[in-house]
Design a binder for this molecule. Structure first.
Ligand code: AMP
Length: 280
């Protein structure tokens, strides 16, 4: 496994590369969710690159960039075991050189939900992902459905800018009790960790109501909120019943189905989760 830290070294590596390249961008502190993307990518490509980069531009000034969990030695060990060919671990100056001012924005998809709560977040995500697409020129790039709105933003930018690659969505990996794996779960105290199971239970209740025939966006949202309200440590940020592609809020779930997206504060930790509903 090669480990590269500079854009110059990466260009050289890419120039001589034959066969198809798969790319898995991450912020590190890897867990089974990340590794599910890596394994999928390993099986579908000749060469496999993973990036470990805590991207400063996608964090707001009052967010957790400085304390975001990091453990590079552990990450490298895990990736070595997955037969990754290249790990790219750039410093922020490599990605954002002195005087950097060019950003990629996907305004409509970014304006609501996660984007409304985290101004500038998707601009940071779209910019770094576009840069990685330019640097790596992968055939396929792998993203988790855990970050559902992010996935839609990236699909849109790949289409709009005409990147010749396939964005491969990968299913959410969960703990046995339903909590979606996330590097931020490491912030939770034992009591908070227990409380955090409410996200999945709330989504399940919403899904059950949908399966039982409920189609009103407002009433489906109320079902999800009711479950969240039963957990004293949980403070919902948003609960969305939205179109799966545009993420516009739905009055009525129609033939395109819906996605439930939620963001919930558990103490000082903000967690997100979602559930995609298609017609049975
Ligand atoms: P992150 O390091 O949080 O930026 O995540 C890197 C990639 O892993 C993103 O495409 C995430 O959507 C994906 N990912 C994170 N957690 C999970 C999970 N529990 N299941 C599936 N994919 C995930």
């Amino acid at each position: 496994m090669r480990r590269l830290e500079t854009v110059a070294a990466l260009h050289e590596w890419r120039r001589d590369l034959g066969g198809s390249l798969g790319l898995v961008p991450t912020m590190g502190f890897l867990h089974e969710g990340h590794l599910s993307l890596v394994r999928r990518a390993r099986g579908e490509n000749d060469m496999l690159a993973v990036t470990v980069f805590v991207n400063p531009t996608q964090f707001g000034p009052r967010e957790d960039f400085a304390r975001y969990p990091r453990d590079l030695p552990r990450d490298l060990g895990l990736l070595e075991r997955e037969a990754v060919d290249l790990v790219f671990v750039p410093d922020p100056q490599e990605i954002y050189p002195e005087g950097f001012q060019t950003y990629v924005t996907v305004p409509e998809l970014s304006e609501r939900w996660e984007g409304a709560s985290r101004p500038g977040h998707f601009r940071g995500v779209a910019t770094v992902v576009a840069k990685l697409f330019v640097l790596f020129r992968p055939e396929r790039a792998y993203f988790g459905q855990k970050d559902y709105q992010q996935l839609q933003v990236i699909r849109r930018l790949a289409r709009d800018l005409g990147f010749p690659l396939t964005v491969v969505p990968c299913p959410i990996v969960r703990e046995p009790d339903g909590l979606a794996l996330s590097s931020r779960n490491s912030y939770l105290s034992p009591a908070e960790r227990q409380a955090a199971t409410v996200l999945f239970r709330a989504l399940q209740a919403g899904e059950a109501a949908y399966r039982a025939g409920e189609r009103s966006g407002h009433r489906l949202q109320a079902v999800v909120k009711e479950v969240l309200a039963q957990e004293p440590l949980a403070k919902p940020d948003y609960v969305a019943v939205a179109d799966p592609e545009t993420l516009e809020e739905l009055d009525e779930v129609g033939a395109r189905g819906a996605v439930f997206c939620l963001a919930v504060w558990i103490g000082a930790t903000r967690l997100i989760d979602n559930c995609l509903l298609a017609r049975p």
